[in-house]
Design a protein around this ligand. Structure first.
Ligand SMILES: C[S@@+](CC[C@H](N)C(=O)[O-])C[C@H]1O[C@@H](n2cnc3c(N)ncnc32)[C@H](O)[C@@H]1O
Length: 211
């Protein structure tokens, strides 16, 4: 195992890994023990952030950072980010997913689970303190508005939007949705990277944004 070009992330030449304090897999990922250290394989077909990295993501601002994560689900991607980051505020609307997320947060003290609607950033402000990075993976029709609202509210250094195009409009081509999304974001912020995730996730793009 060696350090990859992504700070805090390791590689065996084929796969990415994060270094974990916890030997228990979170979502069935492969665990490798080497020289007394525990590495968790970061599966690109289960995590869009890993997919973006496999596809050449350049801006990677997670190491030792304060992350606001919107759409945490049961914590697949959150768990890898928690291996790298200082703290992760993990917002999730589903009480069922929240149950697993709370179990995960009991084993990983830098995850703060928040049961809330990401459309209402003012409701979880009480828990969230100055995030450096906002990461969003929410498949809702208004996903772009949710992202812009949180970016404007928390003003992080960088934002990552995992865009799922069919949820916005199933009748339009993914490229059309991407174009209108980028146009909308650029009214307020700068889009610095766009990665088509189709090799791992059909009709998805990773969009990286700075205010
Ligand atoms: C695609 S899944 C996220 C997968 C997760 N990011 C990962 O990589 O491990 C989308 C999640 O967003 C959640 N979600 C949908 N609408 C939401 C909202 N308005 N606020 C917060 N979470 C929401 C869903 O319940 C679901 O768990």
């Amino acid at each position: 195992m060696r350090e990859s070009s992504y700070p805090g992330v390791y590689s065996d030449g084929h796969h990415y890994y994060t270094l974990s304090q916890d030997p228990i897999p979170v979502y069935g990922e492969k665990i490798i023990e080497e020289k007394g250290k525990i590495y968790r394989r970061w599966d690109p077909s289960r995590s869009k952030l890993s997919a973006a990295m496999h596809l050449g993501l350049e801006s990677f601002e997670f190491k030792d950072s304060r992350i606001l994560y919107l759409g945490a689900a049961t914590g697949t991607t959150v768990s890898h980010i928690s291996d790298i980051a200082d703290i992760v505020w993990a917002v999730e609307i589903s009480p069922i997913s929240m149950h697993s997320l709370i179990n995960l947060a009991e084993r990983r003290k830098n995850i703060i689970p928040i049961l809330n609607d990401a459309r209402k950033p003012e409701e979880y402000e009480i828990f969230v303190d100055n995030p450096d990075t906002v990461y969003q993976d929410i498949s809702q029709r208004d996903q772009v508005d949710i992202f812009l609202k949180n970016m404007e509210y928390y003003k992080p250094k960088i934002g990552y939007l995992m865009l799922k195009t069919p949820t916005i409009d199933i009748r339009k081509r993914p490229k059309e949705i991407l174009k209108s999304t980028v146009k909308k974001i650029e009214e307020f912020m700068n889009v610095i990277e766009i990665i088509n995730l189709k090799r791992y996730q059909r009709d998805h793009y990773a969009i990286v944004v700075r205010i």
